[in-house]
Write a protein that binds this ligand. Structure first.
Ligand SMILES: Nc1nc2c(ncn2[C@@H]2O[C@H](COP(=O)(O)OP(=O)(O)OP(=O)(O)O)[C@@H](O)[C@H]2O)c(=O)[nH]1
Length: 815
């Protein structure tokens, strides 16, 4: 555009706009008929120019498209520049009359043309020498293009061409009429003003005369036009208004020229004038300013490719195109507005009032779309609005689904927190409320058990609270007006909560049962310990009394909590109680079983009490007349009673006399297998174990018996020696006595032995020494006995072998 910017000053031009009031002009269609594209620094496109003109784009329908057609170098650009402050290129007169405007140029008025907004089309002049053969075809195309876009079509002509029917101008007019019929066959919604500007008017022919002649020619051209049958009777005035003006010679009468141009300009700019030219009625009311570029583009592309130009569908296409643009732009804005919400939701956070905030964003997006699209084809606008609405709602629905998903998780978390709050022991294992205190207890593992009081009421309230939390937030997440629902998720949640609560209830009931069992044994344990320690014959009677007392108290408490806290019905409660009783008995059995581990020790103790102590509970000294065997057997059987005592659970009254490890008259034991008396699940120590215990005990006590016997034997032998035996000993031993005192060696040995005996006597160790010596002696004797027996056995065996060998030898000989 450098040529337009360096607008050469034509001779005699007297009206020159100030530098900063010029409007942008740009080539839209180039000489080759192509729409001009932006090239770096070289060329600007109409698109980029118009995109910057916000003042024009926001005009809606409030603008006029004015085109100028006419012969080449007939001062068209000059006139447009003067009228609209444009800078269309003007031919340099000195270089000769050659084509300056090539293709179609556009200039946007608006800043310097007062309240009126214009889009000016400076069209390549007709009859140019430069184009040659293609002239007509190109002229038809540019004319059709101007006709499709314009509200005012200026036909610039020399005054001397008026009345020359075959002059170029009138053939141009014919072309325009023909194209008009072709173009507006389908729909015609407004007239176009054809404005004749007659240049170089002389002082002789008045405008009225020029006008008359031109109107005659127009009528004639219209009549001669071959029209489709439906337009046969139509008149040119059905489609066009005609107006005329004349300008004096620019060079010969510059002042008058300037005056007339000024007047003419006012007629373009001042809507209050009666002869105001670009009246609203001529405007193209279907193409808003912001869609003009696309419309021009589509129209020219259609014309260029010699396709039929169907303006209504062009306008529909334009609407589609533009609405798509508005839709995209609005959707993009929506995307950035929803970005932070999207990020929050995708990071797993819940967004408060998602529904309302989204609705506002949606409404804003629709509003953003509605505002510019409202000037376009209504059906297309509505269709695209629906598309935008659906697209946004689809996007929001995705976020809504995510939000509900998260809400579901949060509700479960919320529920869990309520459970934690209810079961959380505070202050070292005590519950937060006084009512809970009675439910808190420390179990054996050191953990705390909290039984939720009034469980049924609590569970109902907790579920309600959780569901309400979900419902409330979910409702706030629905975009008003949408058909979104969360019923399915709510049902799943409801099911899940019911299951969770049922599990928790089971868990709580188990805990309650354990707690009650622990309570029972907390008091029962020390009593049991004492009773089993005593292990008296009436042990089970005492256990039964203590057990019944404690169990009954706790059973009662358990029953009351089952019915009050868990709303358990009578029959179910019975089941729980039976299970509880079974559990307690099992526990009791296991405790007795634990105590049974000490039976061997107890048996030993009891045996010793009977066998090693006398009636005064003093260590027994065996006497000659004591029946050790009987005492030993009694003591043993008395101790063995303990095995039977601990081997069978005798909590039921009916079992009080039952014996499991039964004693036979011969002092042996057998298992009681009478099924009428014995229930296997009441057996605490299995028979085999009882037997092992008994055998071990008997083995252990064997030595006691032997020792008792040997002690008795020793005491018997240590009894008084008769006097005559002593006299006899002195008489018979006198010789030996003399032999000893006369033999110093023997005397020394006697003195040593005597000293040793004296020391033992003085230390009181004579008894133990004798015991020990006698034991050693007995042991040595036993050993000798064994060896002798063994030798006897061997010799006997050898003899019998020899006999058998000789027998066999004899047999063989006989054979
Ligand atoms: N005789 C006469 N010459 C004029 C008038 N107005 C402008 N000119 C001159 O005519 C020549 C061509 O002017 P342009 O404005 O370039 O004419 P155009 O019709 O735009 O030319 P193209 O764009 O090439 O078709 C220039 O030298 C102008 O000074 C006029 O009213 N009368």
């Amino acid at each position: 555009m450098s040529e337009s910017e360096t607008n050469s000053t034509p001779e005699g031009v007297v009206v020159e706009p100030s530098e900063n009031s010029y409007t942008d002009i740009v080539q839209f269609i180039d000489h080759a008929g192509e729409i001009v594209k932006e090239t770096d620094n070289e060329k600007k496109s109409f698109l980029s120019t118009i995109s910057k003109r916000e003042d024009f784009l926001t005009k809606g329908f409030d603008y006029s498209v004015i085109s100028i057609l006419g012969p080449q170098s007939s001062g068209k650009s000059t006139l447009l520049n003067l009228l609209f402050n444009t800078r269309f290129a003007i031919m340099e007169a000195r270089t000769g009359r050659k084509q300056t405007t090539q293709g179609v140029w556009m200039g946007i008025g608006g800043e310097s043309t007062g309240p009126e907004t214009f889009l000016i089309l400076d069209v390549e002049g007709t009859d140019g020498r430069e184009r040659g053969e293609d002239e007509k075809a190109f002229e038809r195309k540019t004319s059709l293009f101007s006709l499709a876009l314009s509200s005012v079509l200026i036909i610039n002509m020399w005054s001397h061409d008026v009345g020359r029917y075959n002059a170029a101008n009138l053939s141009l007019l014919k072309t325009v009429f023909e194209l008009n019929l072709q173009l507006f066959q389908k729909k015609r919604n407004h007239k176009i003003l054809i404005f004749f500007i007659i240049r170089d008017q002389d002082n002789v022919t008045p405008l009225s005369e020029l006008r008359r002649v031109l109107l005659e020619d127009i009528e004639k051209i219209w009549k001669e036009l071959s029209k489709p049958s439906e337009f046969a009777n139509s008149r040119e005035t059905d489609y066009f208004d005609f107006d005329f003006t004349a300008l004096p010679h620019k060079n010969y009468s510059p002042d008058q020229f300037k005056t007339q141009v000024d007047i003419l300009r006012q007629r373009f700019l001042d809507p209050s004038l009666n002869d105001f030219i670009p009246k609203k009625k001529y405007r193209n009311e279907d193409v808003p300013a912001d869609g003009l570029y696309q419309y021009s583009f589509n129209v020219w592309e259609t014309i260029k490719s010699n396709r039929d130009l169907d303006l209504p569908s062009q306008k529909e296409m334009l609407a589609l195109y533009r609405c798509d643009e508005f839709l995209e732009s609005s959707f993009n804005q929506f995307t950035s507005e929803i970005k932070s919400t999207r990020e929050s939701i995708e990071k797993g956070r819940l967004v408060n009032n998602f529904g309302d905030s989204s609705k506002k964003i949606l409404d804003d997006a629709i509003k953003r779309y509605d505002e510019p699209s409202s000037r376009y084809h209504p059906e297309t606008v509505a269709k695209k609005r629906q598309v935008l609405n659906d697209r946004i709602l689809t996007d929001l629905k995705y976020l809504f689904d995510k939000q509900i998903e998260k809400l579901y998780e949060k509700t479960i978390e919320f529920y869990n927190s309520l459970v934690q709050e209810a079961v959380k022991p505070v202050n070292g294992g005590k519950s937060s409320s006084s009512s809970l205190k009675r439910s808190g207890a420390t179990n054996q593992n050191g953990g705390n058990i909290v039984i939720i009081p009034q469980f049924n009421i609590w569970a109902e309230g907790t579920k309600k609270k959780s569901i309400e939390y979900f419902e409330q937030t979910a409702k706030q997440s629905i975009v008003p007006g949408s058909d979104w629902t969360f019923v399915e998720e709510l049902n799943v949640l409801d099911e899940k909560m019911t299951k969770e609560i049922s599990q928790l209830r089971e868990n709580q009931l188990e805990k309650l049962s354990s707690l009650m069992k622990e309570n029972t044994f907390q008091k029962l344990n020390p009593i049991l310990l004492k009773i089993t320690d005593q292990a008296s014959d009436n042990m089970w009677q005492k256990i039964r009394a203590a057990y019944n007392d404690e169990a009954a108290t706790n059973e009662k408490e358990y029953q009351s909590r089952l019915t009050n806290d868990f709303a358990i019905g009578e029959s179910e409660c019975e089941e729980y109680l039976n299970k509880f009783k079974e559990g307690v008995l099992e526990n009791l059995k296991s405790k007795i079983s634990d105590r049974a581990e000490f039976i061997p020790m107890k048996m030993r103790k009891r045996f010793e009490e009977h066998f090693n102590m006398d009636d005064k509970k003093l260590p027994r000294k065996w006497k000659k007349q004591d029946d050790i065997a009987t005492i030993f057997q009694e003591a043993r059987l008395n101790a063995e009673k303990l095995i039977d005592l601990f081997s069978y659970l005798r909590i039921d009254e009916q079992d009080s006399k039952t014996s499991y490890f039964s004693l036979l008259p011969n002092g042996e034991h057998e298992e009681n297998t009478n099924t009428n008396e014995i229930e296997q699940d009441k057996v605490i120590i299995a028979y085999k174990q009882c037997m092992t215990m008994c055998e071990n005990f008997r083995h252990d006590t064997k030595n006691d018996y032997m020792q008792a016997l040997s002690e008795q034997a020793r005491l018997t032998s240590a009894g008084g020696i008769p006097g005559y035996v002593l006299v006899l000993l002195c008489v018979l031993g006198l010789n030996e006595f003399i032999a000893i005192i006369t033999n110093p060696l023997l005397l020394l040995l006697v003195i040593l032995l005597g000293g040793f005996g004296f020391v033992l006597f003085k230390l009181g160790l004579t008894g133990p020494f004798i015991d020990y010596s006698s034991q050693v002696l007995v042991h040595i004797i036993n050993k000798i006995k064994d060896i002798v027996l063994h030798v006897e056995n061997i010799s006997h065996h050898a003899v019998s072998n020899n006999n058998s060998n000789s027998t066999n030898g004899n047999k063989e000989k006989r054979e």
